[in-house]
Design a protein around this ligand. Structure first.
Ligand SMILES: Cc1cc2nc3c(=O)[nH]c(=O)nc-3n(C[C@H](O)[C@H](O)[C@H](O)COP(=O)(O)OP(=O)(O)OC[C@H]3O[C@@H](n4cnc5c(N)ncnc54)[C@H](O)[C@@H]3O)c2cc1C
Length: 336
């Protein structure tokens, strides 16, 4: 038996680790439990892209403003946790650039015409693997390897049992398990929320090449810079959880990505991750309805963009602070 930190976070993806770092920064002792290895967060492209996500997903003005506010939390969050933000903007190439620019301006973003499309300074980027490692090292955060096999209520605290039998008790638990199925023992109503999360498979492929100056997006495609070149992505395949890369898809997309940039490069092994999403495309972040059990789940394809917002909303809920203006939109019980 091991006894208790203030908060146990289950899952070390971007939502679990941003929440753990936020809570540690507010003075809580936090333990994060995760089996280790790749997850959706570690393989992602790391674009913090309120402008082009709003354009390409044809989001409402309200939703675009929420994404922009989420992005605006990044500079202070990155500074507090020693993360490097890349604020070089992003580029979109495709038909009818004038209409796309007008749409972005109407949503409150900056945009101007550029070769075959537009550029916007509003979309930024982070290196996912480096950022996850830095967040896990936050003072006050303890990382433990393990897969939680059972989570049960136990008089005013939660009992968390990992495969192999190691057990923790904590008054507060944050469930940040990505697109995984509900952990056995969860109260029925919370298990139903978790099991309603839809998996969306995504594949991207690294390319060894001279990194582009900034992320370049086009219909059905993006090429984003990385420390060692670029990644080209990404598929959106609802309902799929299988992790084997599709070589044909990768080859087609790599060729299209290199053609988009007019560049040469060598593709590496493709990576697949499973995003979790609910009907309205926003995360489930905040109190679950069960005392001491909080959720940080289902950010669809904007988990990195939304990380600090989810972390702040969950931490406020744990501390019983007045909810932030965006908390209602993320409330896990909003569909009830
Ligand atoms: C190809 C691709 C590209 C993407 N690009 C971007 C992008 O550019 N910008 C952006 O904002 N977002 C992007 N995303 C989306 C983003 O990656 C996801 O929204 C985000 O990673 C989800 O984070 P998460 O913390 O919810 O889940 P995950 O990253 O999946 O983390 C969940 C963790 O929980 C752990 N876990 C599950 N069950 C248990 C258990 N029982 N016990 C212990 N641990 C458990 C898992 O092992 C995992 O480590 C991309 C996604 C994909 C797939």
């Amino acid at each position: 038996m091991t006894s208790s930190p203030d908060v146990i976070v289950i899952g070390a993806g971007v939502l679990g680790l941003c929440t753990a770092a936020e809570l540690a920064g507010r003075g809580h002792a936090v333990t994060v439990i995760d089996p280790g290895g790749a997850n959706a967060s570690s393989i992602a492209a790391g674009m913090l892209a309120p402008a082009l996500e709003s354009l390409l997903d044809d989001l409402s003005a309200d939703r675009a403003a929420l994404l922009k506010r989420a992005r605006d939390l990044w500079p202070a969050f990155a500074e507090a946790h020693g993360l490097t933000l890349h604020r070089e903007g992003a580029e979109w190439r495709g038909p009818d650039a004038a209409a796309a620019i007008a749409r972005l301006l109407s949503l409150g973003f900056e945009a101007r015409a550029a070769r075959g499309g537009l550029t916007t300074p509003d979309d930024w980027r982070i290196e996912p693997a480096t950022a996850l490692a830095a967040l896990a090292r936050t003072s006050g955060v303890t990382s433990v390897r393990g897969r939680v096999a059972r989570l049960t209520a136990d008089t005013r605290r939660w009992r968390i049992e990992a495969e192999g039998g190691r057990t923790w008790f904590a008054p507060t638990v944050v469930l940040a398990t990505g697109a995984a199925a509900a952990i056995p023992g969860l109260p029925e109503q919370v298990a139903a929320l978790v099991d309603a999360i839809q998996p969306i498979r995504g594949q991207l492929t690294p390319i060894a090449m001279e990194p582009p100056r900034r992320a370049v997006r086009a219909p059905g495609l993006y090429v984003a810079p990385t420390a060692s070149g670029a990644v080209v992505g990404a598929t959106m395949e609802p309902g799929r959880r299988d992790l084997d890369p599709d070589a044909q898809e990768a080859q087609t997309r790599v060729e299209a990505g290199l053609a988009l940039l007019g560049a040469a490069g060598e593709a590496g092994p493709s990576r697949v991750g499973i995003r979790g999403a609910v009907a309205d495309g926003l995360p489930l972040a905040g109190a679950s309805g069960e005392i001491g059990l909080h959720l940080a789940l289902a950010p669809r394809r904007n988990g990195w963009l939304l990380g600090p917002l989810v972390a702040a909303v969950v931490a406020d809920g744990i501390e019983g602070r007045p909810p932030a203006p965006d908390a209602a939109a993320l409330d896990p019980l909003r569909f009830a």
